[in-house]
Design a protein around this ligand. Structure first.
Ligand code: PGA
Length: 256
């Protein structure tokens, strides 16, 4: 099975900076066949980076897109416009859910739009700090997972990648807010158990589940060895060339 190392650049880098960073990254990392390296730059940079990228080494992802293909939706970019430019799209990231008020219905439509346009959705799910404190983690995981998959046919579910990102562990430096491998293992079990109940054993075992939340080159190895975790979704550390390339090396070592 492939290991996914996905860098979410969020709202960072100008188009020029993104191009320089990508150039350096392409030079620095080898081509590992079983490691799928993906970067998600700002939408503005996707067109130019799609011409620059070596798709044998790395793929591009969108950080978001709208679910309608065209029409009167001022300010939006559609999955149909991204078709051919990106291979992946991050959908339902907690920053989209909580800052931009995206609900499960909207997320589900985006997952369907991505699949319709031959783009692999990376569906992000995860509980907030208060949901965790109230013991609601498994309910939230179930709701966001089933909600996010509700607009696609059963046959398409295995085309989706799930990213488990506990909101409280994102962009965190305090030790208390770093997710432990055991906690992640529990949540990944819940994800796969829910998938098995609805879609069967095969889908539940074959779907890729990534972890995200303050991943860096020092903790990547521990996270990648959590049973059921197939890769990492990385924010802050993906903006630092040495960190991101070290994480790729860690992934290679873990796989060996
Ligand atoms: P982080 O971000 O690695 O900076 O915590 C992860 C994410 O938000 O996807």
């Amino acid at each position: 099975m492939k290991t996914y190392i996905v860098g979410n650049w969020k709202l960072n880098f100008t188009v020029g900076e993104a191009s320089i960073y990508l150039h350096k990254l392409l030079k620095k990392i080898p081509n590992y066949r079983d490691i799928e390296v993906v970067v998600a730059p700002s939408a503005l940079a996707l067109q130019s980076l799609s011409l620059q990228i070596d798709r044998h080494k790395m793929k591009l992802a969108a950080q978001n897109a709208f679910y309608r293909d065209f029409g009167a939706f001022t300010g939006e970019i559609s999955f149909s416009q991204l078709r051919g430019l990106v291979d992946y799209a991050i959908i339902g990231h907690s920053e989209r859910r909580y800052i931009f008020k995206e609900d499960d219905k909207m997320v589900a439509k985006k997952v369907a739009a991505a699949i319709r346009n031959k783009i692999t959705p990376i569906l992000c799910i995860g509980e907030t700090e208060s949901e965790r404190a109230f013991g609601e983690t498994s309910d939230v995981i179930r709701d966001q997972l089933m909600g996010g998959l509700s607009e696609i046919g059963d046959d398409d579910v295995d085309k989706v990648i799930i990213a488990y990102e506990p909101v409280w562990a994102i962009s965190s430096t305090k030790a208390a807010k770093i997710a432990s491998p055991d906690e992640i293992a529990d949540s990944v079990k819940i994800i796969r158990r829910n998938l098995e109940e609805i879609y069967g054993k095969k889908v539940a075992s074959e779907i890729s589940v990534l972890f995200g939340g303050s991943v860096n080159s020092s903790n990547a190895g521990a996270y990648l060895t959590v049973p059921g975790v197939n890769g990492l979704l990385i924010g802050g550390s993906s903006l630092i060339l040495s960190e991101f390339s070290d994480i790729i090396e860690v992934a290679k070592r873990v796989q060996a």
